[in-house]
Ligand binder design. Structure first.
Ligand SMILES: [Ca+2]
Ligand SMILES: [Ca+2]
Length: 191
């Protein structure tokens, strides 16, 4: 796949057009197969009308996340027992703490991906207060992975957040610090 084709595929978050998409591009700057080309966050708000009773309409918002890498990689690269993962960080205010993150790994025994939405995420991988499992990540092709989650899990409350994508590939090189790491710039997204 050419770089242009990779960038074009960033525009497709799902089979459906996603409102309010926001893309961040990243250079060819990391070792390992999880070097990020770009990532995208979009959101859609639905109206659920209760046809019985007096319950008011609800307006849940879905957040869609997608990440594309320069290289192709098999699902097993981010096996849950490998220490490798794809992560989206969500900063809900303007301080340095990351209040929410979505960590995507592959469960080899189940043959599927899981997305862990967690509170208070740190760069050393320590996560406090795991909040919930939600969403079911999918891979549109061997360069990319995407997940759709309820906004209340990943960004409850604020009208805007800052977000970035991170990849960690454990044991991808020889040497004293063998993990490969890549991250995009932070982007501000308004809901
Ligand atoms: Ca990169
Ligand atoms: Ca914060």
């Amino acid at each position: 796949m050419t770089l242009l084709a990779l960038l074009l595929s960033l525009g497709t978050l799902s089979g459906l057009a996603t409102a309010h998409p926001q893309t961040v591009l990243d250079p060819d700057d990391s070792d390992g197969v999880l070097d990020i080309v770009g990532a995208r966050l979009g959101h859609e708000t639905y109206t659920i009308t209760e046809t019985h009773g007096t319950t008011p309409d609800r307006h849940p918002t879905k957040v869609r996340l997608k990440l594309i890498t320069y290289e192709t990689w098999p699902d097993s690269v981010i096996s849950s027992d490998s220490g490798s993962y794809v992560r989206f960080d969500i900063n809900m205010d303007r301080d340095a703490d990351v209040e929410r993150c979505v960590i995507i790994t592959y469960e080899p025994e189940e043959g599927e991906f899981t997305a862990l939405a967690a509170k208070f995420c740190r760069d050393d991988g320590v996560v406090m207060h795991v909040r919930t499992f939600d969403g079911r990540p999918k891979r549109p092709d061997e360069h990319s992975i995407k997940v759709s989650l309820a906004k209340r899990f990943v960004a409850p409350g604020p009208d805007s957040v800052s977000w970035r994508a991170v990849t960690v590939q454990a044991d991808c090189m020889n040497g004293p610090a063998p993990a490969c790491y890549d991250e995009t710039q932070w982007k501000r997204h308004r809901f």
